[in-house]
Design a protein around this ligand. Structure first.
Ligand code: BGC
Length: 760
């Protein structure tokens, strides 16, 4: 339905009907107005599968939903670094939504992993804004290609679970722009989501849901968002202020309480009815978009989608370690003829999803123990039992025996449900003690130990150097076991790369000093130095860096080239590099491009990810990978002019194996042409004048004619102050200081200089 017809429809609604349209009918539906042919439509969680609830509704994953398919969670999907894969998964979920009559799936969740402690990191994508934006945009495109909406959440700066409903994220403008807004900006501009979900929290004291600055000025006016904004569940503080700011739909229903406030505010002249009309128009635009594009033939084929969940997870698994023996033979892939022991509860009952609103009622779970049946004979010992961090002596003894008797022991470890969930944050990065102890005991009796991890966020691995191989499966969805077996036995060559840093210690993390500390204020003091931006800039050792991941083959890089060596901020730079599979089996490589400013005056991270491509290569095959970089690859957010700004200077274009390992690099020179010229004042320092040719001339003439400055220069050649020292001291001296140091200098002369130099 076009906007004109929608406006016409809204004009026929009563004020009460319109106020009602601005909130849910119940937990999961918008309201119908039958007399006008307006249907109620359903929204459901998300993001990595369908959580469609029938009767007993809640947003914390307490009550059951319909049986569905659980795909790999955001933490895993992001590790694939494969946009096509994310889009494919989105299409499958979109089809499921069509089949189930769900108009909008509540995701993707794109908040930045500010700290590995955030309880909800398993749903989020990355500590890197660009990677998050790219992967979530692909998912959105996939879902929406099926004429089902997405809801990019949680907008904005919702990076902790602690007091998430009231806490204020106190963040500076540059950090918001460069880190926390980027995923939403990318998703909105390139994915065109039908809806955006505003977060519970405040930013610098104001609820996001009441911020015109974010919901309207930024989202709509600057980024061009044209769908509707819905509240996170219950994220409404002042309904009238929220509506004015641009929060169109309150979810879930307030049972009429807040609708009545809207009606009253209009009647009392506090709220312009046009604001209510506009919100209704935005909501109905999306409701009709869905209703008019229903696909009655869509089917939810759970068997097929289970296979998709497995094939997606195959691309997400990250191989962290794979030692070789004295003959150079790696421990992985496993050899079917070996005597293999599977140890650990998660071999039989994997942890494959997180707790809270994203919890899927999986129709089937495929464990590694089940999937291995067709491949090899393995012996199994449970090793540890439940979520409680208590060792079970009997299980432990049995596991150690089983491992000792085998040629290789594969331990399926991970975080229990209670260790990470929506609604609260972690307090440490450890696995349960009982699991760490079990791994160590097994290492004492078995030299070939492989650990497979099931977790939604980084863990500390005290046994890292004692085991031979580590496989990070993340929370890999209901078919995780099948994907693991394919990777362990080499049917699939692992190609995931970490989308977050695994630090050595919690104390090393960038926001360790502030995270979770303030009662109602979260101070983002680390600024833009989030994740690898912090560790690389401080040159710190970590367990595994961002972008890290091994393969069963090897890749060689050569021929890094750029199409120019100098560029301005209005030009693009084309970068190409050759990548070759130099090993013996086919495999996929994630080619990572970072931009590293050289001698930046603005405090900036050592390098930032600005491009990635996942490519498949047969042995000896070589491909050229091309990237196009625009202004944003070089820019910082300028807080004087409130715009993106490329500082003049040299930038290294780096092709890296991960955030810490540069393979090839080439330098380019960038020049700013867009920044408005800043006017000189009496407080401008001399260093800035020295770089301006016109100023150089004026000051040159002035100094040449002045006896005292000549004397100063002469004495500086012989005595304590060298000319270089004098120049260095002058650098940071404001123009007005010349009055004290240069005899004959007057305010008239200062103003005269300024008026000459400030002429455009
Ligand atoms: C979560 C959202 C979720 C909503 C509905 C909230 O508590 O933060 O991500 O979509 O509930 O379940």
């Amino acid at each position: 339905m076009d906007m004109e017809k929608i406006r016409e429809l809204v004009s026929q609604m009563t004020l009460e009907e319109k106020a009602g349209m601005c909130s849910g009918a119940d937990f999961w539906h918008t309201k119908a107005v039958e007399r006008l042919g307006i249907s109620a439509v359903m929204v459901s969680d998300g993001p990595h599968g369908l959580r469609k609830q029938d009767e007993a509704s809640d947003h914390l994953g307490i009550n059951d939903s319909i049986k569905a398919v659980c795909f790999p969670a955001g933490c895993a999907l992001a590790s694939s670094f494969d946009r096509n894969l994310a889009e494919h998964m989105g299409r499958v979920i979109g089809e499921e939504c069509q089949a189930e009559g769900v108009s909008t799936i509540l995701g993707p969740a794109v908040n930045i992993k500010r700290s590995p402690l955030c309880g909800r990191n398993f749903e989020y994508y990355s500590e890197d804004p660009y990677a998050t934006a790219e992967m979530s945009t692909a998912l959105i495109r996939g879902v929406q290609s099926k004429n089902v909406g997405t809801s990019v959440k949680h907008f904005l700066a919702n990076n902790q679970e602690k007091r998430r409903m009231t806490s204020s994220s106190d963040v500076d403008e540059r950090t918001l722009r460069e880190i926390y807004m980027v995923p939403f900006e990318g998703a909105v501009k390139n994915g065109k989501p039908w809806t955006v979900m505003n977060s519970y929290n405040r930013i610098n004291g104001t609820y996001v849901g009441e911020s015109k600055q974010y919901l309207t000025d930024l989202l709509r006016d600057e980024w061009g968002f044209d769908g509707y904004v819905m509240s996170d569940w219950g994220a409404v503080n002042d309904r009238v202020e929220a509506l004015k700011a641009g929060m169109d739909l309150e979810m879930p229903s307030s049972n009429g309480v807040n609708d009545a406030l809207i009606v009253k505010a209009v009647q009392e002249g506090i709220l312009d009815e046009a604001v209510v009309n506009q919100a209704c128009e935005r909501i109905l635009n999306i409701v009709f978009r869905y209703m008019e594009n229903r696909d009655e033939n869509a089917v939810f084929d759970m068997v097929k989608d289970h296979e998709t969940a497995s094939s997606v997870e195959e691309e997400c698994i990250v191989l962290l370690k794979n030692d070789s023996d004295e003959n150079g033979k790696h421990i992985l892939p496993l050899n079917r003829e070996q005597k293999i022991a599977f140890i650990g509860k998660y071999a039989e009952a994997p942890r494959y999803q997180g707790g809270g609103s994203s919890h899927i009622n999986s129709w089937k779970v495929e464990s590694a123990l089940e999937a291995v049946k067709d491949i090899a004979n393995v012996v199994y010992a449970k090793g540890f039992d439940d979520a409680a961090d208590k060792a079970d002596e009997t299980l432990e003894v049995e596991a150690v025996h089983t491992a000792k008797d085998a040629d290789v022991a594969v331990i399926f470890a991970g975080l229990p449900d209670s260790f990470e969930s929506e609604g609260y944050d972690r307090t440490h990065l450890n696995l349960p003690d009982c699991q760490n102890r079990l791994i160590e005991k097994i290492c004492n009796v078995q030299k070939n130990v492989v650990v497979v991890l099931h977790n939604g966020s980084p863990v500390i691995m005290p046994w890292k150097d004692s085991v031979s191989a580590i496989v990070e499966a993340y929370l890999g969805g209901q078919a995780v076991g099948k994907a693991e077996i394919k990777v362990l036995f080499g049917e699939v060559n692992p190609s995931g790369r970490l989308s977050e840093t695994f630090p050595n210690r919690l104390e090393d993390t960038p926001c360790y000093l502030t995270y979770g500390k303030g009662k109602d204020h979260a101070e983002y003091q680390e600024g833009v130095f989030v994740g690898y931006r912090y560790y690389t800039t401080r040159d710190m050792d970590v367990q595994y860096p961002f972008g890290y991941g091994l393969s069963y083959t090897t890749f060689g890089y050569s021929n890094l080239m750029t199409d120019k060596t100098e560029l301005t901020d209005t030009e693009t730079l084309t970068v190409s590099v050759d990548v070759e599979n130099t090993g013996y089996c086919s495999g996929k490589e994630v080619v990572q491009l970072y931009v590293a400013p050289v001698n930046s005056e603005v405090p900036r991270p050592v390098r930032e990810l600005k491009g990635f491509e996942k490519i498949a290569l047969e042995p000896d095959e070589k491909k050229t990978v091309t990237f196009t970089l625009d202004e944003r690859a070089f820019a910082v957010w300028n807080t004087d002019f409130h715009c993106w700004d490329v500082p003049d200077g040299v930038y290294l274009i780096q092709i890296c194996r991960n955030a810490q390992e540069v393979i090839l690099e080439v330098a380019v020179q960038a020049k700013n042409t867009k920044r408005p010229r800043q006017k000189y004042t009496a407080n401008t320092c001399m260093g800035e004048f020295f770089t301006d040719p016109k100023a150089q001339q004026i000051f040159g003439q002035m100094m040449a004619g002045n006896e005292q400055t000549k004397e100063m220069e002469e004495s500086s050649q012989s005595e304590a102050i060298s000319p270089e020292m004098l120049a260095a001291m002058m650098q940071d001296m404001p123009l007005r200081q010349l009055i004290s140091f240069v005899p004959g200098m007057t305010w008239d002369a200062v103003n005269e200089i300024l008026s000459v130099l400030n002429v455009d």
